[in-house]
Design a protein. Structure first.
Length: 141
């Protein structure tokens, strides 16, 4: 499966209003591997990681994103993030990707598969990656 970024176009207006209001977002990890170019993604389409010390991260409105203009439309890049685990996940054991969800829980703005799926070991582990979203139309970065 390609390393796609999918943007929920139908929900974009509501998500944009959320973004412009200055509210926070959640950066969450998902454990279901079926990321399809549906473009009408709902929060319920994702199985969020659970157990093993996992906790989603808050991306507050003051986080600085950088813009890289090598692609057209440009890429929006966040600083590297780290998720630390104390043990294996419960339920689905492998993290396949991440998604940004509005704080009110109503919208998924974007989702992306990790370059390599990650399975925390019995002793835990650390997952690091740099969230990267291609601005504009949701095509892969």
């Amino acid at each position: 499966m390609s390393n796609n970024i999918i943007v929920a176009r139908r929900k974009l207006q509501g998500a944009l209003a959320q973004f412009l209001s200055g509210d926070d977002y959640y950066l969450k990890l998902f454990t279901n591997s079926a990321l399809t170019p549906d473009l009408d993604m709902e929060p319920a389409d994702f199985t969020e990681a659970a157990g093993g010390g996992y906790a989603h991260q808050v991306v507050d409105s003051s986080v600085d994103f950088t813009t890289e203009y090598a692609n057209n439309p440009p890429d929006i890049i966040m600083d590297e993030v780290t998720f630390s685990f104390t043990g294996p996940l419960t339920g689905n054991a492998t993290v396949y990707g991440y998604y940004f969800q509005t704080q009110n829980g109503n919208y998924v703005d974007s989702a992306k598969l990790l370059d390599t799926p990650f399975t925390p070991a019995s002793g835990g582990g650390t997952l690091k990656f740099t969230p990267r979203i291609q601005a504009g139309n949701g095509t892969p970065a």
